[in-house]
Write a protein of this length. Structure first.
Length: 355
């Protein structure tokens, strides 16, 4: 069991972050915020996939009208992502967002931050200080010779200090970089210095495969050390994939209950007599959207399969002619191989109906 650092609890609308609250899964829409229909549709898909907080980019004043409509209709708290223009932060708060993400490296002078803080405070809107290695303040780059973990932490501490100076403490912090070791070192340092909730992420992590691996390594290390209150997996992919990977990371560390099926499949070896990859894909495709937290094992042979998949709720193993169906590692039926996928899927739907 992971001993989580007890951070301060803040609220984004109905969602609480920090303390003993579950580690929250966030993502960001990839639509143009001005396209209200497309953005709301993506938010709905994200919420259905388990995303608890959705961030949208607010890049100009024209986006603010759309933002207002999005906030009104969205099924999750909306966080406005603001760069460069503090007036957009003020506009986003009046549009009704439940959270604000500002980038200290480009939001402007202390006066501007003061105004944003006052407005956020009046409207009980938490602020995320989102430091990013790619847009760090120039003087810190010069002082540290680049976006080092220390530089990212100094930037975050400075801006948290400014928000506190103007009497506000509804803060969460992120210090993202695309380099795993910078992310890990930075968050560790930050976690020792502050008790505000931390939002974890590897920025510009990359494609589905590379990004998932980088995020899993960085977030896995930090989460296993009790650091982190919310996460986002950034991928050059659909945001739905980001949410799936985020839950896989949290599930693998037993930090969140699974929301859907988890397929356990063996790597195959010389004993395997069927096309396991094809079968796994078929089972996965037939169970899309079932929303049943069940471990399903799909194993390459009946010799070691059931034994290797003891932890699964239900599964199949077999070969060319005959296949075994097992529950909790025990064989319960022997069926012709060509029927086994359909029988397995039927069994899973039966369990769903019995729920
Ligand atoms: S379950 Fe069978 S086929 Fe799969 S890796 Fe184990 S021994 Fe090989």
């Amino acid at each position: 069991m992971i001993d989580r650092k007890k951070t301060k609890v803040i609220s984004l609308g109905d969602i609480k972050i920090g303390g003993n609250e579950p580690i929250r899964v966030q993502s960001m829409t990839k639509t143009d915020t001005k396209n209200v229909r497309a953005t709301l549709s993506q938010i709905r898909e994200l919420v259905d996939a388990g995303c608890e907080i959705v961030r949208v980019a607010v890049k100009d004043h024209d986006s603010l009208d759309s933002l207002k409509q999005i906030v009104r209709k969205a099924e999750s708290p909306i966080v406005a992502d603001i760069h460069f223009n503090y007036r957009l932060a003020l506009g986003a708060i009046s549009a009704g967002v439940k959270g604000l993400r500002i980038n200290p490296g480009n939001i402007g002078s202390e006066e501007k931050i003061k105004e944003v803080v006052a407005c956020a405070k009046d409207n009980c809107v938490p602020i995320r200080v989102g430091v990013n290695a790619g847009s760090l303040e120039k003087h810190l780059e010069t002082k540290y010779g680049g976006p080092t973990p220390q530089a990212l932490v100094e930037s975050a501490l400075h801006h948290v200090g400014l928000i506190e100076k103007y009497g506000y403490d509804q803060i969460k912090i992120s210090i993202k970089a695309s380099d795993v070791s910078t992310v890990v070192k930075g968050y560790r340092l930050l976690s020792h210095r502050l008790d505000y909730p931390l939002h974890l992420g590897v920025t510009e992590a990359g494609t589905m495969q590379a990004g998932s691996v980088k995020s899993s390594v960085a977030l896995g290390i930090l989460l296993s050390q009790g650091i982190g209150d919310t996460i986002r997996v950034s991928l050059t992919e659909s945001p739905l994939e980001e949410v799936k990977v985020a839950y896989m990371i949290l599930n693998s560390l037993k930090l969140r209950e699974p929301m859907d099926i988890e397929i356990i499949s063996c790597p195959t070896c010389g004993r395997c007599e069927w096309n396991l990859t094809e079968m796994v894909n078929e089972v996965e495709a037939k169970l899309v959207g079932i929303n049943l937290p069940l471990k399903i094992a799909i194993m390459g042979c009946g010799v070691n399969g059931p034994g290797e998949a003891k932890q699964a709720d239900i599964g199949i193993a077999g070969g060319k002619n005959k296949a075994l169906i097992f529950k909790k590692g025990k064989i319960i039926a022997k069926v012709p191989s060509e029927q086994v996928v359909d029988i397995l899927v039927d069994e899973v739907y039966k369990l769903k109906r019995e729920q």
